[in-house]
Design a protein around this ligand. Sequence first.
Ligand code: GAP
Length: 441
Amino acid sequence: MANVNDMMDKLVSLAKRRGFVFQSSEIYGGTGSVWDYGPLGVELKRNVRDAWWRSMVHMRDDIEGLDAAILMHPRVWEASGHIAGFTDPLVECKNCHRRFRGDNADIQGGQCPVCGTREAFGEPRMFNLMFKTFMGPVEDTSAVVYLRPETAQGIYVNFQNVVTSSRQRVPFGIAQVGKAFRNEITPGNFIFRTREFEQMEMQFFVEPGSDDEWMEYWKAARRQWHEEVMGIRPEKLRFHEHGADELAHYAKRAFDVEYEFPFGWQEFEGIHNRTDFDLKRHQEYSGKKLEYVDPTDTNKRYIPYIIETSAGLDRTLLVVLMDAYREEEVEGEQRVVLRFHPRLAPLKVAIFPLVKKDGLPETARRIHDTFKAAGINSFYDDSGSIGRRYRRQDEAGTPFCITVDGQTAEDGTVTMRDRDTLQQVRISADAVVAYIQERVR
Ligand code: GAP
């Protein structure tokens, strides 16, 4: 266990030191399990989100994007089954009053893991994980609304709108990225389980009977994306199929994509066959037809089955951070480096003038500006030794560093240092933008 905490402590501390993730409202002592993304974190998160959007929406003709509101009609959550069933068993220690999930392995013997009291717990009560608030100025039951616990429902209720406006034909998908909220009983492990998080969800509508085949298709596609686009080590990824006792109320079959975190194999994406459960329920509760009518054969009408891919954006970011983290020895010195895929790195390149004189800062600034003009996130740094500047960029995960030195004025070349191989090559200052552009795609 010491190693697990050690690794997590190191990551949390690096994340804070370098401006990836800060505790929310830290100056007030912090808010439980809510986190803020700092200057590098917000870039990393955007890069993960953009890569997902590009693969899911821009690169495909059969998936449309959507951005539905967080607040929805309360009937949505009755239809979806969340009001009745989105619950976890909650128990409370009769001595210290700490609360736990009733299915938590640590409390199975009946002993409180915090104060040690034996036979500490009574019968669990079911606790609904949805956050509630009120719409409008009157706080009564007719004004109750929920913060959505998944983004998926915003897609289902817009199914007909998207079909009509985009003229897509089944099979096709709708993708969305957005905030979701769950009042988790036991959040934890940094940004792994939080109460406010973002999901990247895609709902793929298929003809009943073709659902098993599409499930296999999406399993393969998502695994390939994690390996090739996110650059996650394949040996750290696996699938876990849900047994009958794990399946959500809407699912016929479900697979978790798991990553081997320091605290064990854990899910960060779910691929679910939700059948026609959601659309059928919304049809029933709203009274509106949610059938799909095949335009080539209007006698063919059915409620499509749905294959869902549902990834947590924050959890994927934790996977990316974990997988990139390395401690290495370089020329007799320890370095901590984040080996992000260049496509995901918050800063793509750092520019250093070797010394603060002889016109080197001006040349370095000019190169920095050409990167900005090309839309490549670049960082200018002229403070401290070159070794220290490299170490700072290694911890930020910057894949390339450029040094402008005396030779630059003579032959127009700079040194380009590769974060992973540590190789340094001299290349023309005029060629650096193209060099980086090619490698960060
Ligand atoms: N629409 C289906 C759905 O929401 P889920 O398995 O409950 O399925 C999907 O959630 C993903 O959302 C998870 O794999 C995880 O990455 C992320 N997620 C769920 N609860 C979370 C939490 N409390 N904190 C951070 N991420 C969470």
